[in-house]
Ligand binder design. Structure first.
Ligand SMILES: NC(=O)c1ccc[n+]([C@@H]2O[C@H](COP(=O)([O-])OP(=O)(O)OC[C@H]3O[C@@H](n4cnc5c(N)ncnc54)[C@H](O)[C@@H]3O)[C@@H](O)[C@H]2O)c1
Length: 312
């Protein structure tokens, strides 16, 4: 069958699409930047078209023409930089266009990306794991838009009996990540390039998950006809920036990673204690050890630079 992926030429989509093909699916990918990825190795199994998710005609016409029975929306603005009107068009109207087109075309299963950002800062919950049932405490544009997307999905499900599932990725990491939370990425990639890097706080907490792991989550969820829940948190590896720096130095002893202060960052950290029991028990996902992923990122950067890989 065919999966229609919106925003599939980005960071996560370029890992999701090959996994879908490996499972025997065909993919039609609609993106406003169709040329930022190259899927030519997959020949006719992956078709990439240019389309704008903010334009309902683009979404419904291309979804319809794809003949897909499953839809995934990964298009979004990963930042706070857009003026409210533009951000609303992409994040809110764009998502609604996908849900509404999926409703009209009777799509079997629609999956979209939410984010751990809906939870806001960890301090709102104390030192406990946050579950999908906790109240949202995210209070900035990206977080509020993700919260609204979750509400909108629930509304479509309640009113039309659709199957729409949201995934809340934690801090996704990988060598080519440039948008969204990137300090935990730069802590690996800059030293791997031989560049110095400084961060404000060694005790700032993060919850990274490798992009290959989150791609597998998206694929397992979309290929399930009727997941038991409407929303799943990915969770990830709980780690401080200081401990991540130490892990990087274990592979790159000359890494120049400094912190302006050792303490003071934990209290302002986003949600990092995340209960992913729901996802793990229903879909049997198991992430590769994080240390292995850090080495994988270092070696991806070294390969780009023509350097020999470091052994694990
Ligand atoms: N990367 C992370 O750490 C992370 C964490 C939590 C949630 N998420 C969510 O996962 C999803 C995918 O994230 P990503 O890291 O791959 O982002 P990305 O920015 O790399 O990819 C987004 C894609 O959307 C496309 N796009 C932008 N505007 C569009 C438009 N108007 N019409 C069609 N396509 C458009 C972009 O060209 C890009 O290919 C997003 O919803 C993001 O909020 C990501």
């Amino acid at each position: 069958m065919t999966v229609f992926v919106v925003g599939g030429t980005g960071f996560i989509g370029t890992r999701v699409i090959p996994l879908l093909v490996a499972r025997g699916e065909s993919v039609v990918c609609m993106d406003i930047n169709p040329h930022t990825a190259n899927f030519s190795a997959f020949e006719d199994k992956v078709k990439v078209t240019r389309g704008d998710v903010t334009q309902f005609d683009d979404v419904i016409n291309q979804m319809d023409a794809s003949g897909a029975d499953r839809v995934m929306n990964l298009s979004y603005n990963l930042g706070q930089d857009l003026p409210p009107h533009l951000a609303t068009k992409l994040n809110i109207i764009g998502m609604d266009n996908c849900f509404e087109a999926a409703r009209i075309l009777k799509i079997k299963h629609t999956v979209y990306a939410s984010s751990l950002a809906v939870n806001g800062q960890q301090k709102h919950f104390g030192d406990r794991l946050v579950t999908e049932d906790d109240l949202h405490r995210g209070d900035y544009q990206y977080a509020m838009h993700k919260s609204f997307n979750e509400f909108q999905a629930k509304d479509y499900v309640a009113k039309f009996g659709m199957t729409i599932t949201g995934i809340r990725p934690a801090n996704v990491t990988g060598p080519d990540k440039v948008r969204g939370s990137v300090d935990h990425v730069n802590c690996i990639t800059r030293p791997a390039r031989g560049e110095p890097v400084e961060f404000p706080f060694a005790d700032a907490m993060r919850c990274p998950i490798h992009v290959d792991d989150i791609a597998e989550v998206f694929v397992r969820v979309i290929m399930t006809d009727k997941p038991a829940h409407q929303i799943y948190s990915s969770g990830g590896q709980v780690i401080s920036m200081g401990d991540l720096a130490a892990m990087v130095r274990g592979f790159l002893p000359d890494a120049r990673i400094t912190f302006a202060q050792q303490t003071g960052g934990k209290d302002s950290s986003g949600n990092y204690l995340i209960d992913n029991t729901r996802l793990v028990s229903e879909f049997g996902v198991q992430y590769r050890p994080y240390r292995e992923r850090v080495l994988q990122i270092i070696n991806a950067v070294r390969q780009e630079q023509g350097l020999a890989p470091i052994a694990g």
